[in-house]
Ligand binder design. Structure first.
Ligand SMILES: [Zn+2]
Length: 304
């Protein structure tokens, strides 16, 4: 909801006939919605969802307030009316312009940069500095916020499927899928053996304290790996849950992750690319050894 609100504040409405632009809540006169420019009036307005055409259809203006317009409210009202007198409705339909881009066209990137710069997204989150594609950062941010559509969240939205994890039979939550599922534990175990990295204890620590004390360059590389791991767990889960694909074993997830890490390494400085490739080889090798010795069932012994 907060995001939606932010989105509409970044759209400027070019008013034509005023039938699809909300008087108080859309940005059309000035750089912010009138609700923000005139809070004293907005708070006592009776119909906060009215469109411009409804408000401006008559003289005096078609607007009722719950309280008398006195004092500061009266001053604000005069100020607003003076500006509204300049507005001319036309026969054209209303149009929108995305105010964050010079060409007025919406893009994810401009919205993302704005969310970061206005503090709607926490800048301190390490995820924003990691060299992965933007959609992966947003995916990770959704995990951090606890809003990706794992089955517990789907059910809250009246989804009628089963709530079980596709890798085991427990209930699927974000914490379960990425940390506590036997598959997740086994994957984390391969990382621990390959790189001597202790798995995080909870989802929120991944984004905050988990890699404290680790060299910054190394922790950024680990961050890329974790993004790939989570993205691989998620996409494999989607394939199984929604596309009817079979799950063979955990190598499937790891090879998927390493293939993304190799692709994403092009976003990193050339010095880091070699290290990332070595890291991928190492992870795959450890995973193969574990698989060859213990098979998928090893999850019960190694992962837990
Ligand atoms: Zn599970």
């Amino acid at each position: 909801m907060k995001i939606k609100m932010t989105f509409f504040q970044k759209v400027k409405f070019i008013v034509g006939n005023g039938t699809s632009t909300r008087f108080w809540k859309d940005t059309w006169l000035g750089d912010t919605p009138l609700a923000l420019q005139y809070p004293l009036l907005y708070n006592i307005a009776q119909r906060k969802e009215d469109y411009i055409s409804m408000v401006l259809q008559s003289v005096p203006l078609n607007m009722q307030f719950r309280r008398a317009l006195v004092g500061a409210r009266w001053d604000a009202w005069l100020h607003l009316v003076r500006r509204l007198m300049q507005v001319q409705l036309s026969n054209h339909t209303d149009n929108v312009r995305w105010i964050l881009a010079a060409n007025g066209v919406f893009s994810v990137k401009s919205m993302y940069l704005d969310l970061i710069n206005t503090g709607t997204l926490s800048r301190s989150l390490k995820i924003w500095n990691i060299k992965v594609p933007l959609k992966i950062k947003v995916f990770m941010w959704f995990i951090h916020k606890g809003v990706i559509l794992t089955k517990d969240n789907l059910i809250k939205r009246r989804w009628r499927g089963r709530s079980n994890c596709c890798y085991c039979e427990q209930n699927e939550t974000i914490r379960h899928l990425f940390l506590q599922c036997p598959l997740a534990k086994l994957l984390w175990r391969t990382i621990q053996i390959a790189f001597n990295i202790v798995p995080p204890t909870c989802i929120s620590s991944i984004f905050t304290t988990w890699l404290n004390g680790v060299d910054v360059k190394i922790s950024k590389l680990i961050g890329i790996g974790i993004c790939a791991l989570f993205w691989a767990i998620w996409n494999t889960r989607n394939d199984i849950t929604f596309n009817g694909k079979n799950f063979n074993n955990f190598l499937q997830v790891i090879f998927r992750a390493t293939s993304w890490i190799r692709t994403w390494s092009l976003l990193s400085h050339v010095d880091s690319r070699g290290r990332m490739d070595i890291g991928c080889n190492r992870w795959e090798m450890v995973a193969r050894v574990i698989f060859n010795r213990f098979g998928w069932r090893a999850n019960n012994r190694l992962g837990v």
